[in-house]
Design a protein around this ligand. Structure first.
Ligand SMILES: Cc1cc2nc3c(=O)[nH]c(=O)nc-3n(C[C@H](O)[C@H](O)[C@H](O)COP(=O)(O)OP(=O)(O)OC[C@H]3O[C@@H](n4cnc5c(N)ncnc54)[C@H](O)[C@@H]3O)c2cc1C
Length: 426
């Protein structure tokens, strides 16, 4: 069965989320600082009551499906919900679906022991704490085989030394989930690292510097140094050497949720652009009547629809029982086109608003910068394009003959052999 309609039973929920985000959540973007600063008195005063409304509606933390102990409805509905949450910086945290806590809760639910779930997953899902996911290192981001932070076994403890880079929300997090090399000599390079859950107040962890970028209210991406940090055996998440497999488990869904929130941001930019071009006049007519403006509107709308369809198809594939690994061609394609879509649409929005568009009164410059963020975090665009090409080309076999089998004169011969020779041959 093929349908482009939302489930009619779920549509009222989406409508409720849409109104709630636009009317009550978006205003927070203008008056609050970092959305992860959950102990800020203003966060407690303003965000906690909204979270309570979401919980009462049964829409809290829907990223975990029932198989992982959550109330989720599957990836397709989650995608449609994220399309609404993404209209506001505070949308995801108001609904309990903010990165990196979503991915972290997913791997805690998948791989955590009963004890780890009680200690870390439960408070994380309740947003009593926030967390940090730390893989990247100063000397190598896109190539995880360059990571050097290592743990050495001493008795029933692990002693960790090294440096981590761009660990988002390290300052506000209660714990890190960190990739650490535990077996540098393992035969497979992808089995050399293990994942650890590390309380952020563990002695020996230092925030060397917090980095930020244009448009963010606070600097929240940490350069971390770990010096003789001791953690018990029980701090390991999953088994030894499993860090890469665990990371992949969280990244598939994470990339999809980012994509849907990005779609929401691009849609907002587009809606603002449309309102402006039908309202602003120059040389005797509204901008909307100029053909070069119309081209920009058409290009943005087409990009939005193409992007949305690919996301929804991928979410649908996940709901058919395919794990993220088996549909990585789709996931990487979504991830690869996401920065370009936002960059193009936010740039057109900025340009078509003229000087106002460039000013601090408009969010477009922030969103253009954000397009670079999403082109790097969770794997750079180039790497995802390589994955798409690799996966696509797996389905093709080598043709040994010097000329391809579809060369015209051979096709004509085959066609004649099949249908005989008649007068109609071109
Ligand atoms: C806002 C933000 C938040 C982040 N949060 C986290 C976090 O919470 N935890 C965490 O662990 N990491 C985080 N990261 C780090 C992110 O994963 C890395 O930035 C990313 O992996 C790229 O690594 P790099 O920055 O070292 O760039 P590099 O690896 O040095 O890449 C440099 C350039 O080379 C390109 N490139 C890379 N590989 C290839 C290739 N194979 N072929 C062609 N070109 C290539 C890149 O696109 C880039 O343009 C975050 C990054 C950003 C920007």
């Amino acid at each position: 069965m093929w349908s482009f309609e939302n489930d009619p039973a779920f549509q009222p929920e989406l409508d409720w989320i849409d109104t709630f985000v636009r009317e009550k959540v978006q205003p927070l973007d203008y008056i609050l600082g970092s959305q992860w600063d959950i102990h800020d008195p203003e966060f407690i005063r303003l965000v906690r009551p909204l979270q309570a409304e979401v919980k009462a509606r049964g829409l809290w933390a829907c990223h975990l499906g029932p198989e992982l102990g959550g109330p989720g409805y599957g990836q397709l509905k989650l995608a449609l919900m994220n399309e609404k949450f993404g209209m506001s910086r505070f949308g995801p945290i108001t609904f309990g679906t903010q990165a990196p806590d979503t991915g972290n809760s997913e791997i805690l639910a998948h791989f955590g022991t009963a004890d780890q779930k009680k200690r870390y997953l439960e408070p994380l899902l309740a947003n009593e704490v926030v967390s940090c996911f730390s893989m990247t290192e100063p000397q190598g981001g896109a190539d995880p085989l360059l990571f050097r932070t290592s743990a050495v076994r001493e008795g029933d403890e692990w002693v960790i030394n090294g440096e981590k880079w761009f660990a988002s929300e390290a300052e506000t997090a209660a714990f890190y989930i960190m990739m650490v090399v535990t077996d540098p000599d393992a035969e497979s390079p992808y089995e050399r690292a293990s994942m650890f859950i590390i309380d952020t107040d563990t002695p020996g962890i230092e925030i060397v510097h917090n980095y930020g970028f244009y448009g963010e209210p606070d600097d929240t991406h940490a350069h971390l140094r770990l010096t003789d940090v001791r953690v018990p055996d029980s701090a390991m998440l999953g088994g030894p050497g499993q860090a890469f497999a665990i990371a992949q488990t969280r990244l598939g869904g994470g990339r999809m949720h980012h994509a849907m929130r990005t779609l929401a941001q691009a849609t907002r930019a587009f809606e603002m652009t449309c309102e402006r071009v039908v309202s602003r006049s120059t040389k005797g007519e509204v901008l909307a009547r100029k053909q070069m403006v119309q081209e920009k509107i058409a290009d943005s709308w087409v990009q939005l629809r193409q992007f949305r369809l690919l996301i929804l198809e991928t979410a649908w594939l996940a709901d058919q029982g395919n794990d993220w690994k088996s549909i990585r061609k789709n996931v990487s394609a979504v991830k690869a086109i996401m920065p370009g879509v936002l960059n193009d649409i936010a740039s057109r929005a900025l340009h078509l608003h003229g000087s106002l568009g460039l000013s601090h009164e408009m969010p477009f410059a922030e969103w253009v910068i954000n397009s670079f963020h999403i082109g790097l975090a969770d794997g750079p665009t180039e790497v995802h394009k390589m994955v798409v090409a690799r996966e696509v080309l797996k389905d093709f076999e080598v043709e040994e003959a010097q000329f391809p089998s579809y060369i015209r004169h051979q096709q004509v011969e085959r066609a004649r052999a099949l249908y005989g020779t008649g007068d109609t041959t071109p």
